[in-house]
Design a protein around this ligand. Structure first.
Ligand SMILES: [Mn+2]
Length: 359
C-alpha cells in the first residue's frame, strides 16, 4: 500500500509539497492539474512541469485525479468523439510521466454535493462538510452552486468551476430525457473509446462513486452501490476498468457495506485506488464528515484497512476530506492538519495489521 495525499498545485493549494513530505509515511501525491477544463488535452509540457516539482520535493505521483469527462460525452452528443480523442491524448501524456492510475467520475453535471461546507461539530468546535436532503429540498441546483462557490474561501473546488457551470440550466434541461440506462450506454461508448489506449500505456482508469450515494435533483446517477459497479465493470471487460473506492462517498448510504464491497472488487483486481475517510450518519440522507478514527463516525476503519490488506494490498490510498481544525483556513475538506492526522492513523492501522499477520 502506498499512502498518498491530494494536492492541487502550487498556484491553487494552501499547502506546500514540503509540508506533505513531512507527514510520516507519505509516498507521494494523488495529483491534479487544477486549471484544466474538462475536455482539454493535458500537454506533455504541463505534466512535465508539475511532475518535476513533485519529484524535486522527494515525492512520487503515480495517481492523477480529476481528469474530468466532458459533459458532451456523458450526454452522448455528436461532439463526444473529439473529446474522447483528447482524453486518449491525455492518457498517453500522463503515462509518459509515470502515471499508473487516473481517477475520474461519470456523474452528470455535479461532482460531490453538500448543503454546508463548514458545519460546526458541536463536540469539539471543528467543522466539516455536511449534507441534509431536507435542506436541499428548498434549494434549486443554481442556489446550491452559488452557495458552494460563495463558501469555498476563495478556492475553486473540483467539479465546481464557475465556467463549467455557466450553462447549468441548459444542461439540466437536456438531462431530463436521459435515463440511467442511456447514461450507461454513453459510459460504455466512452470506455470502449479509451480503454484500448489504457491497455497500450499501462494505465488503469478508476471511477469515483457518486457523492452522496443516491440520485440528486432527478439527475441519473449510476455509481453508488456494489450492484452499480458490477454493471460498470461489465460495460467493458478490461483490467484497466477499475474503481476508485471512496469509503466516504459510498459510506454516505448506510446500506453500503464498505469492507464487503472492497473485498468483492479487490478479489477481482478491480480497485485502482482508495479514498479512505469516515462519515457520521445523522438521519435519513443526512450526514457529516467525521475525523478518520472509527469511533468518530459510523465506518469501521480497521475492517476497511483489513479488507484492503486481504484483497488489494498493493493499492494506493489517500486520506480524503478532513475537518477544519486548529483554526486552519483553506479549501473546504482539503486542509493539511486533519488529513495528515488521517494519514498517520491509517498508516498505524496498516502497520498493526501487517505485524499481526507476521509481515
Ligand atoms: Mn473521494
Amino acid at each position: 500500500m502506498k499512502m498518498t495525499f491530494r494536492w492541487y498545485g502550487e498556484s491553487s493549494d494552501s499547502i506546500t509539497l514540503r509540508q506533505i513530505k513531512q507527514i510520516p509515511g507519505m509516498s507521494g501525491l494523488m495529483g491534479v492539474l487544477d486549471d484544466k477544463a474538462a475536455g482539454e488535452v493535458w500537454t506533455e509540457e504541463e505534466i512535465k512541469a508539475y511532475m518535476d516539482g513533485v519529484h524535486a520535493a522527494g515525492l512520487e505521483c503515480e495517481v492523477i485525479e480529476s481528469v474530468n469527462v466532458h459533459e458532451d460525452i456523458k450526454m452522448g452528443l455528436p461532439t463526444r468523439d473529439q473529446y474522447i480523442a483528447n482524453y486518449c491524448a491525455t492518457i498517453r501524456n500522463l503515462a509518459k510521466y509515470g502515471v499508473k492510475v487516473i481517477v475520474y467520475n461519470f456523474m452528470p453535471v455535479f461532482d460531490w454535493l453538500r448543503t454546508d461546507l463548514a458545519r460546526e461539530i458541536p463536540e469539539d468546535g471543528s467543522n466539516s462538510l455536511y449534507f441534509d436532503e431536507q435542506e436541499l429540498g428548498n434549494m434549486t441546483p443554481v442556489d446550491l452552486v452559488r452557495n458552494t462557490i460563495d463558501n469555498c474561501n476563495g478556492f475553486t473546488l473540483p467539479g465546481w468551476e464557475p465556467a463549467r457551470l455557466a450553462e447549468l440550466e441548459t444542461t439540466l434541461e437536456r438531462y431530463k430525457t436521459i435515463t440511467p440506462d442511456d447514461l450507461r450506454a454513453n459510459y460504455k461508448y466512452f470506455l470502449d473509446g479509451i480503454l484500448p489506449t489504457c491497455e497500450e500505456c499501462g494505465v488503469v482508469m478508476a471511477c469515483h462513486p457518486d457523492d452522496p450515494a443516491w440520485p440528486i435533483f432527478g439527475l441519473p446517477r449510476i455509481a453508488h452501490s456494489q450492484e452499480d459497479y458490477d454493471k460498470i465493470i461489465a460495460l467493458h471487460d478490461s483490467p484497466c476498468n477499475t474503481l476508485c473506492l471512496c469509503t466516504g462517498s459510498l459510506g454516505s448510504d448506510p446500506d453500503n457495506d464498505i469492507p464487503a464491497i472492497i473485498r468483492h472488487f479487490g478479489k477481482k483486481n478491480r480497485i485502482g485506488c482508495l479514498h479512505v475517510r469516515n462519515v457520521k450518519h445523522l438521519g435519513h440522507r443526512k450526514f457529516r464528515e467525521a475525523a478518520h478514527l472509527s469511533a468518530a463516525g459510523d465506518l469501521d476503519m480497521y475492517e476497511i484497512m483489513k479488507a484492503v490488506y486481504e484483497t488489494c494490498p498493493d493499492t494506493y490510498i489517500r486520506p480524503d476530506h478532513g475537518r477544519m481544525i486548529w483554526d486552519e483556513v483553506g479549501r473546504p475538506g482539503y486542509g493539511l492538519y486533519d488529513r495528515a492526522l488521517g494519514a498517520v492513523y491509517l498508516n498505524g492501522l496498516w502497520e498493526a495489521i501487517c505485524k499481526s499477520e507476521g509481515k
